[in-house]
Design a protein around this ligand. Structure first.
Ligand SMILES: Nc1ncnc2c1ncn2[C@@H]1O[C@H](COP(=O)(O)OP(=O)(O)O)[C@@H](O)[C@H]1O
Ligand SMILES: [Mg+2]
Length: 462
């Protein structure tokens, strides 16, 4: 039996980083590379145990298991379809698994593997990943690795991008504060000679996809992807001062006579979110400050109690908002009973001097309000801006993707806490529908090239 691999697959197979991400585009030979690598590992390390994961069972069966059945020679191992497990003559094992719901990770409680492999990592959530990689351990000397493949897009797009794409250049190892290493090895369809030879029209089909999908799947672009809910989002630095064709702007001092709001979404194990908004005389909103209870690991909360959060809000407002009237709006769920004698979260916060009224949490209406606000008019002006210091809403809002089960709504398994706070605020004074007049082909850099200074002088609004 002879296994032939592409040069990129070879890089993936030989990588010794603790966590490896391979691919980033469609057809690059990711799944095949994963199956080939698992096989080589199984033969090299007798008695080793590996787990190969895909989010759902049908996907697992259709792709990875089929490929393994096609390429693993029956002389060296046997596949048991009930246990979804290959057992090799040298004692090595390759197990296939899936992890659909958040709680499915507990199916792997107590299990130990030398290597865990994720196919289509962006389909998984960060908490699933963190739990499952804790299963990589054992007393033998076999290399302990987590090896994954992914395309841009999906619920995990944002954390996968943060963890692998943003930390280092492709093919360069990144070392975290504990000395654990990560690497991203890109592979596109052009890198897969097998597919290019057997199905040259595949690349043509990719080229015919809609723009965002094409960029993600053909070129492996991580900044734009299919499934993005707020595709009208623009963080265009050349507009930070002109305030045109961008949602992110430079902070400025909020005039005293603008109305101010504070929106709140409670979280404990997940981050809590507090956002402050001001509204100018045209009804345009400005998210000028945020307090986000996140540990630094995306979507992990700092576990503050309601009182502790209220005290932090007080500390900020006592210092920064002297004499300002601020209208609080919060998730109506904070009025629910907590079962404790201290009463609801809202009551606990009130006792600390932080007051809210009940927000409207209709999901779809709230989402539409975000669209109407983000829409640009013919002049390139939206109805909401975010100060550049509101880093977390700027990070999380454009990353939200649609729910595959409820295609009109945002997938709630993501880091959507600041988005929720934003909706409570917007639903308190909804605006009439506005369409986005910005052309999809708009190129902010062309404008930048026209001469930034001239533009800045012309359009400074204050
Ligand atoms: N080393 C290889 N030898 C033979 N065929 C390969 C090899 N690598 C990939 N292929 C074939 O190329 C196609 C795309 O590969 P696949 O691994 O499914 O890509 P991806 O998972 O990146 O979309 C499949 O038909 C696969 O069997
Ligand atoms: Mg694949």
């Amino acid at each position: 039996m002879k296994l032939t691999i592409t040069p990129k697959q070879e890089k993936f197979i030989n990588s010794d980083a603790d966590e490896v991400l391979f691919g980033g585009a469609a057809g690059g030979g990711k799944s095949y590379g994963q199956i080939a690598d698992a096989f080589i590992y199984a033969l090299k390390y007798s008695g080793s145990k590996q787990l190969i994961l895909r989010r759902t069972f049908p996907e697992l069966e259709r792709s990875l298991i089929l490929t393994s059945l096609a390429i693993y020679p029956k002389e060296v191992g046997k596949y048991n379809s009930t246990a979804k497990k290959w057992s090799f003559k040298n004692g090595s094992i390759i197990e296939f698994g899936y992890c659909d719901g958040e709680k499915d990770v507990y199916n792997y409680q107590g299990a130990e593997y030398d290597t865990v492999r994720f196919d289509e990592l962006t389909h998984f959530t960060l908490s699933q990943y963190m739990y499952l990689i804790s299963r990589v351990r054992g007393v033998n000397n076999f290399p302990k690795q987590v090896k994954s493949t992914a395309n841009p897009g999906g619920v995990g797009h944002s954390w996968v991008k943060n963890r692998f794409i943003d930390v280092a250049e492709p093919n360069q190892k990144y070392s975290d504060e504990y000395g654990r290493t990560r690497i991203f090895i890109p592979s596109r369809v052009e890198d897969n000679s097998f597919l290019m030879n057997s199905d040259p029209s595949y690349i043509q089909r990719l080229k015919q996809l809609p723009e965002k999908e094409r960029k993600a799947l053909l070129y492996g672009e991580w900044d734009i992807f299919e499934g993005q809910v707020f595709s009208e989002w623009r963080n265009n630095r050349s507009g930070y001062i002109t305030r045109r064709n961008t949602h992110v702007i430079k902070p400025f001092e909020i005039p005293k006579d603008w109305r101010r709001f504070r929106a709140f979404d409670f979280g404990y194990a997940k981050p809590f979110a507090v956002s402050w908004f001001a509204v100018d005389h045209d009804g345009r909103a400005y998210n000028y400050r945020e307090l986000y209870g996140c540990t630094g690991t995306p979507d992990v909360g700092v576990k503050l109690t309601a009182q502790e959060i209220a005290l932090r809000i007080r500390k900020i407002e006592d210092k920064e908002e002297k004499g300002n009237k601020i209208c609080g709006i919060a998730d109506p769920a904070i009025w629910n009973s907590t079962g404790s004698s201290e009463g609801s979260i809202a009551e606990m916060m009130e006792r600390c001097g932080v007051f809210f009224s009940k927000g409207n949490n209709e999901r779809l209406a709230g989402k539409m309000q975000v669209h109407y606000r983000l829409a640009f008019d013919a002049e390139g002006l939206p109805m909401i801006y975010f100060f550049e210091n509101c880093r977390n809403i700027i990070r999380t809002l454009p990353m939200l993707v649609y729910d595959s089960m409820s295609p009109e709504d945002v997938d709630t398994r993501q880091e959507d806490h600041l988005y929720d706070a934003l909706k409570y605020f917007l639903m308190s004074s909804p605006i009439t529908p506005r369409g986005n007049e910005m052309k999809a082909s708009y190129n902010p850099f062309a404008e930048f090239d026209k001469g930034c200074d001239e533009l800045c002088n012309r359009f400074i609004i204050s």
